[in-house]
Design a protein around this ligand. Structure first.
Ligand code: MRU
Length: 382
């Protein structure tokens, strides 16, 4: 997507120096656009953990490149394969909810195992990292094409008045390699000349909506309005939302959807107000081994300081913005809980939008689109 008129992906190999991976450090957005160089798997793991990169697809792509960096470094070790396994364990330990992380690491391990020499293994790791990133971008582009007819149909019904989409968190191009999942149909509609307007949930505590979604929609010229997290229900009661589109960090084979905390409440409000609630995802975000999202999907818990503090630019007299600062919002002694994700049961999801098309959120419909996963063995429930 475009940043100040220049096309960027969220992750790439440094041109002319392919032992270095470059990322957009998302902690600096929306106020500064910072490109960071990553040259070890340890640094990549830290970048995922501390959320320089975040969002399911991008976490997967970062893990793919992290394994390539690990392969480069493992040449110096006597036991190449053991070092790679250590790197895989390190990467997988960073964030638990987005399934793309483990998916990308396992894919790299399987691919690299096909090489016989260290040199061959490094070449395979590089190719696979690039492939994971390219496939992510292509899947998101296809999600845009598959979701566009939904917006077009509503636009026709509304005789060209803007279609109001509500989204939560950032499932935009910043959360993937390009295009985004939830935003892909929105960008496709906007680019096709269909008037769209997006209600952007601010998404406390880390404010991915306010900091990232609002910024990227603005860069692309898509009309949008930032709202406090609890506003969606009110808007839906007053007919001000035509459809919701959100992303997901992990969706079970039965269609239960884990997404940023607060998504479930939006789905409930949508159901109560007969607003269609769509979940857009590339197939890399399905967990083919899980059936029961509520019981099985691991929910990340992060530090309480994210809830108790807010951050942004200080504003001086006359609205002049100054340096970045963190402020304590809550009483210092109050404990805070910080659950990163929640699970929306499949019954509240109108449909899934994938790169292969749309389907109902149930096992039969999902497997009809992805028949190659019919035989994946669901884990036994205890
Ligand atoms: O904690 P994050 O920022 O990595 O959370 C991921 C998200 O942005 C959302 O949950 C998103 O809607 C799904 S990821 C495409």
């Amino acid at each position: 997507m475009n940043v100040h008129g220049k096309h960027y992906r969220t992750i790439w190999l440094q041109p002319g120096h392919e032992r270095v991976v470059e990322i957009i450090d998302q902690r600096a957005l929306p106020h500064r656009f910072v490109v960071e160089q990553i040259d070890t798997v340890e640094k990549m793991a830290a970048a995922i953990l501390e959320m320089h990169v975040r969002g399911a697809g991008l976490i997967g792509a970062s893990a793919g490149y992290g394994m390539y960096l690990a392969a480069l470094a493992s040449v110096r070790s006597r036991n190449f394969d053991a070092r790679l396994i250590e790197a895989a364990t390190l990467l997988k330990s960073t964030r638990p909810t987005a399934v793309n992380l483990a998916w990308a690491v396992e894919r790299q391990l399987a691919a690299i195992a096909r090489g016989s020499t260290a040199r061959e293994k490094i070449a395979i790791a590089r190719e696979t990292a690039i492939l994971i990133a390219d496939e992510d971008a292509a899947a998101c582009r296809a999600i845009g094409e598959r979701g566009l007819p939904l917006i077009r149909a509503i636009s026709k019904r509304k005789a060209g008045k803007p279609v109001n989409v509500l989204t939560h968190c950032n499932a935009g191009w910043l959360a993937f390699v390009d295009h985004g999942s939830a935003t892909a149909p929105i960008y496709a509609a906007h680019d096709a000349g269909i008037p769209v307007h997006v209600w952007v949930d601010e998404t406390r505590p880390r404010s991915q909506g306010a900091k990232l979604t609002a910024w990227e929609l603005g860069q692309h010229g898509v009309p949008h309005t930032l709202i406090a997290d609890n506003t969606g229900g009110h808007l839906m009661q007053h007919g001000m939302v035509d459809l919701c589109i959100v992303g997901t960090d992990r969706t079970t084979r039965t269609g239960d959807v884990a997404n940023k905390i607060g998504t479930y409440l939006k789905a409930l409000a949508a159901r109560d107000n007969r607003v269609p609630f769509y979940v857009a995802l590339p197939s890399s975000s399905f967990d083919w081994k899980m059936r029961d999202g509520l019981r099985e999907i691991p929910i990340e818990e992060r530090g309480s300081e994210e809830v108790k503090f807010a951050d942004g630019l200080l504003v001086g007299p006359g609205g002049k913005t100054g340096r970045h600062a963190e402020v304590l919002v809550a009483p210092p002694a109050s404990p805070a809980a910080n659950y990163g994700f929640d699970v929306t049961p499949a019954r509240l999801v109108t449909a899934l939008i994938t790169e292969r098309g749309r389907c109902r959120a149930n096992e039969r419909a999902i497997l009809a689109l992805f028949p190659e996963h019919r035989l994946a063995q669901p884990r036994n429930r205890t």
